[in-house]
Design a protein around this ligand. Structure first.
Ligand code: UDP
Length: 497
């Protein structure tokens, strides 16, 4: 059990110029120049709780690599802890979102576990951090490192990627637990102003929404033949002439099954992608696919990609689709998430997935034929990202029907790919599906409304295309990395210069 340094390959940031245009690009270069002048040899440390799975890992992989290319020393470490620690932090995560999670307490015993893990990890960092270094601790799992790292002379900020507008007994309990650990933090970063608890000094608060990277493996362009080849390889599309039994983990060769949007039929492509380090990668592993039948060529596919977390409400998506889309419209649903053993800081994943599987098994025959549960292997992070990329691109409609959501990177990822997105009007999804860039569901528990929105898009491909086009522009304007990095630089400068 040791803290791990995550190796991040330097990312040529000049690639962004073609996406963001000359004005934004120059602004970024000026900002980086000033930052280097002010902070000279100081290192920026990011400390999080997992290197794979979830939005924080996704973002750090990109941003740390870009910052390195701006000749600023930036690193990423991942804490480790016993399962008991992650049960406590998952409880904190749920309660910050206003939900109980499990029935466990957040008392003295839990605080002892939490402190010990923080001290152990801070001790592991002590030989690497120098006085004056800038540290960003990400999310509740790492908040306990604030004081121990400050004692080493580091300047410590805490970034909270989660939150809810709602205040209730659970949110108060979670903040009461975390507050003493954060008492000396020099700055706080939240994705939305509504998430800031009232005990935080407003002068120390920075609002910085997340961003996506158009060049990451998750978002890089893939042509349609490659998309189809990847889907064949992971086993979520039937090869012509093949069916699928339940719980089939299938591999497929790269034959084009065609797609609703008109893939060049007969085109044969390899399931290839470009890795973060620039080398060529190929999708080789199959997914675990639970399906009676796979989508046939041309069948419209509705997709939600997320971790197996109750707040993502995969089970609700399944019900909404089988009860309010499938009876009246054609179409097929894929619920896609990581392999359940793969996300170390998410102990509930296996349980939530098992519940979904159980609900799937209970579906009536006519409905079960229209739904697949898919878990994607995480052994190779780039391969996993290429799989998500291809699945999101293949979707006719992407949904993110979360009950609570800090930001919801999957929404921006889909929007960047010009997909029409149906999202719950919760948390950061609201900021992304702005007027005309997608469909917001005022009440995520209203499954009939969810079904209507999905059907509306399945039935109106022109509307879907229009939304997709504005979605991409909205992401370009608001959620690409230059905006994010400039906000960081402004914050460090305001706080420490
Ligand atoms: N993700 C992934 N593989 C999966 C499922 C999800 O890489 O099997 C990614 C997804 O593409 C997104 C991130 O995990 O980049 C989830 O971020 P989001 O902000 O949507 O939710 P979070 O998991 O942080 O609550």
């Amino acid at each position: 059990m040791t803290l791990a340094s995550v190796p991040v390959s330097r990312q040529p940031i000049s690639k962004l110029e073609g996406i963001v245009g000359e004005y934004r690009w120059r602004r970024l270069l000026h900002t980086a120049h000033d930052f280097r002048e002010h902070f000279k040899d100081r290192v920026i440390w990011n400390v999080s709780s997992t290197a794979t799975g979830g939005g924080v890992a996704e973002m750090l992989r990109t941003l740390v690599g870009y910052v390195q290319d701006l000749e600023i020393d930036s690193r990423w470490s991942v804490i480790s802890g016993e399962p008991e620690f992650f049960r406590v932090t998952k409880r904190l995560h749920n309660r910050i979102h206003g939900q109980p999670g499990d029935t466990g307490a957040l008392g003295i015993g839990e605080d002892t576990i939490y402190r010990e893990v923080a001290l152990t990890n801070a001790a592991a960092l002590s030989s690497r951090i120098s006085p004056g270094d800038l540290v960003i601790l990400h999310d509740p799992q790492t908040a306990g490192l604030t004081s121990p790292l400050q004692r080493l002379g580091a300047r410590v900020l805490w970034r909270c990627h989660i939150g809810t507008e709602q205040r209730n007994g659970y949110t108060r309990e979670a903040w009461q637990f975390l507050r003493p650990h954060l008492a000396s933090a020099e700055g706080f970063i939240f994705s939305r102003r509504q998430y800031v608890p009232d005990w935080v000094d407003p002068a120390k608060v920075w609002i910085i929404p997340p961003s996506i990277d158009p060049f990451s493996v998750k978002n890089q362009d893939l042509d349609e033949a490659t998309v189809v080849a990847i889907l064949h390889r992971i086993g979520v599309l039937a090869e012509p002439g093949m069916g699928a039994g339940p719980d089939r983990a299938a591999t497929g060769a790269g034959r084009d099954a065609g797609r609703g949007a008109g893939a060049g039929s007969g085109t044969v492509a390899a399931p290839r992608f470009t890795r973060r380090d620039g080398s060529q990668g190929e999708v080789v592993r199959p997914a675990l696919v639970t399906a009676h039948r796979l989508p046939h060529p041309g069948e419209q596919v509705v997709v939600q990609v997320s971790r197996w977390d109750r707040l993502k409400d995969m089970a609700g998506v399944m019900r909404g689709f089988t009860e309010h889309v499938a009876p009246a419209s054609p179409g097929y649903l894929m619920l896609v998430g990581p392999a359940v053993s793969g996300v170390a800081d998410d102990p509930e994943g296996a349980e939530v997935y098992a519940d979904c599987l159980d609900s799937w098994r209970r579906l009536p025959r006519s409905a079960v034929e229209r739904v697949a549960l898919v878990t994607l292997p995480l052994e190779d992070v780039d391969e996993n990202a290429a799989m998500v990329n291809a699945i999101q691109r293949y979707a006719s409609v992407l949904v993110q029907k979360s009950l609570a959501e800090g930001f919801g990177l999957t929404v921006a990822e889909g929007m960047w790919k010009r997909r029409p997105v149906v999202g719950a009007a919760v948390g950061g999804i609201r900021d992304q599906l702005a007027e005309g860039s997608g469909i917001l569901l005022p009440d995520p528990t209203d499954l009939a409304a969810f079904g209507r929105a999905v059907r509306h898009l399945l039935d109106n491909p022109e509307l879907a295309e229009r939304l997709g086009t504005s979605a991409r522009e909205y992401v370009r304007a608001h959620f690409v990395g230059d905006v994010h990095l400039i906000r960081y630089a402004q914050m460090f400068t305001a706080l420490f210069v």
